[in-house]
Write a protein that binds this ligand. Structure first.
Ligand SMILES: Cc1ncc(C[n+]2csc(CCOP(=O)(O)OP(=O)(O)O)c2C)c(N)n1
Ligand SMILES: [Mg+2]
Length: 320
């Protein structure tokens, strides 16, 4: 079981990186419009948290959603079409990079308002509780979002009503170009859980198995009706905040320390050391992922543009 799980986790993390790197080059080549916030370096957070979740469990993401979406099971082809603004996109080409998702696999279309998805997750948690379901909501956000008022409202509401929400702070040390040294007067964001009366845990966000173990503790608690948990995953984004960011505000020593802990390399080393698979098997996994992504690109480039006639459809409410 463990071997199968590790290889599946590796496959998902590699697919996320392959997808985002491909997008990055498509932007640089001027083939794709818009921008992208890569989760490069944070793949263990997405996969560790979401591995093995049910389709009926929910996940709510941010302006950096691709890794979360892929790990929750959104189709790469649907996401790629969305990136090209095509009719077959997961939001029919209306959403773009910061709003991908697919409700049929429990991925709430992402919310680019920093902290905006936190009270939404509390609301989903309330609806699950009212329906007496034992499904959960995994809500991702950053260190920057943890300083928004929405964080306070969302966590407090979930705590007093004992809702099945797992609040996951991906602390990558920066909110855009601003270091947490300028925005936080505490070492660990997880400490804030105390003030809402829920468990808080600091986790190595680059170790997929550590993330998975913490996720399982929080998910089990939530399914049993024992309420929310705040997990703080310490991690680092290897890429810039968005594609135009060269990271001039970060120092070389800090970057070198974190780059040496690339989550995919850490998992690869474990798999090789424990002889779960050899280099060739891992190379084959990567090749298969490249094929999936390249096929999605070819499909998206040729896919149909949305029709001008229904461009406002689903933008404004048209019911009674
Ligand atoms: C309410 C709000 N304020 C500001 C922005 C602009 N903005 C987009 S991403 C971002 C940084 C968010 O940092 P963090 O929450 O740490 O997430 P990270 O980008 O590090 O994943 C900012 C300020 C926004 N989208 N929404
Ligand atoms: Mg951040």
């Amino acid at each position: 079981m463990e071997a199968k799980m590790l290889l599946e986790m590796y496959e998902q993390m590699d697919l996320i990186r392959t997808y985002e790197e491909t997008l990055y080059y498509l932007f640089l080549e001027g083939i794709m419009p818009g921008s992208i916030h890569q989760s490069h370096g944070q793949e263990a957070c997405a996969v560790g948290m979401l591995y093995g979740l049910r389709k009926t469990d929910y996940m709510a993401s941010t302006h950096r959603p691709a890794g979360h979406d892929i790990a929750k099971g959104v189709s790469v082809k649907d996401m790629m079409c969305e990136m090209f603004g095509k009719e077959d996109g997961c939001c029919k080409g209306r959403g773009g990079a910061m709003h991908t998702g697919d409700i049929t696999v429990g991925a709430i279309p992402a919310n680019a308002i920093v902290g905006g998805n936190i009270p939404i997750s509390t609301g989903i948690g309330l609806s699950l509780k009212m329906q007496k379901r034992d499904d959960v909501v995994v809500c991702f956000f950053g260190d920057g979002a943890s300083n928004e008022g929405a964080f306070h409202e969302g966590l407090n509401g979930a705590a007093i009503w004992k809702l099945p929400v797992i609040f996951v702070c991906e602390n990558n040390l920066y909110g855009a170009s601003t270091s947490i040294k300028n925005t936080l007067n505490i070492e660990d964001i997880a400490l804030r859980a105390d003030s809402y009366g829920m468990p808080g845990e600091v986790v190595d966000g680059n170790d997929v198995l550590a993330v998975y173990a913490a996720a399982q503790r929080a998910i089990t608690r939530a399914r049993k009706g024992e309420g929310p948990t705040l997990l703080e995953l310490k991690t680092y984004r290897i890429a810039g905040h968005s594609r135009s960011d060269g990271c001039a505000y970060r120092d070389d020593v800090e970057e070198a320390e974190w780059f040496a802990r690339d989550p995919i390399e850490l998992l690869k080393n474990k798999i090789l050391k424990e002889k779960i698979a050899d280099e060739q098997i891992l190379a084959d996994i990567h090749e298969k992922n490249e094929q999936i992504v390249n096929e999605a690109v070819d499909y998206a480039i040729e896919a149909k543009e949305p029709s001008v006639d229904d461009v406002l459809l689903n933008v404004y409410w048209e019911g009674d």
